[in-house]
Ligand binder design. Sequence first.
Ligand code: MTE
Length: 310
Amino acid sequence: MPHQKMPKLLTSEITPQDVYRQRREFMRLAAGTALGAALPYPIFAGEKLPDRVKSAYELSDKLTPYEDVTHYNNYYEFGTDKESPAKTAGSLKIRPWTVSVEGEVRNPKIWDIDSLMKLAALEDRVYRLRCVEAWSMVVPWVGFPLAELIKRAEPTGNAKFVEFTTLNDSAQMPGVNSSVLDWPYREGLRLDEALHPLTLLTFGLYGEVLPNQNGAPVRLVVPWKYGFKSAKSIVRIKFMEQMPVSSWMKAGPSEYGFYSNVNPTVDHPRWSQAKERRIGDFFKRPTLPFNGYADQVAQLYTGMDLQKFF
Ligand code: MTE
């Protein structure tokens, strides 16, 4: 891995969490993989996620370096600058953490994050992330299909949409004191989109636990939609009959639609979506319909006017 795993800390900065993290890392290194595997499941950014299977979804694109993926972020709860989340998201407490699955389901449940992480086989999946500001990345995410969780929840016949709500805690998140968005950050998918095997409930990247700035401890990655649909640090998944209103739809209904499928022919009112700049590249490249995943997902929208339902 090209990045430094164990930053040097001043004694004054060491918290009980740091001590615990350092002790575990030491035991892991001392014990080697066999014994290391018996240690508690990894929870801190940079810890290796064990037992991953290779995904059926292959991508030959060059990966965006770890440093860029983790230092050029959108996470408005930690500031609106791309550099802010990496600097300030250290204050996010990722344990204890629960995700409430509720609404139109037969089996509502409050999942403890550690049980949720072990619900299904974790896969390494390389997906493109295309942001509405026309930059993009290629990230090796780690997670399992959201469908695995939905199956267990057993949606009722009334469930047509899924709403994702993320943490809203001003004590940990300096950005929620600003009125840039209506907090908590909310996103939504149609039930069939949420069930699509490409929709990934994500716990890690580059084989390791998600750094806080990338949405620890659990986020969504919906690779055929603009990045803002991929909600970070999720605390609630609610099944609904009515279409939920996302934070971005509320902020600018003419700029951000519910579907937000990557579409080079539908411009954002203030800029074109025809091209994108891959982080690290000099030249722009044409943006692909559905971010290059048309073969897998275009049939979800058969008969829909995608200029109207943008
Ligand atoms: N989730 C929350 N809770 N808050 C946010 O501000 N930003 C979104 C999305 N998820 C955001 C969020 C946007 S606009 C993008 S492009 C992606 O996260 C960025 O993910 P990354 O920082 O891991 O690349």
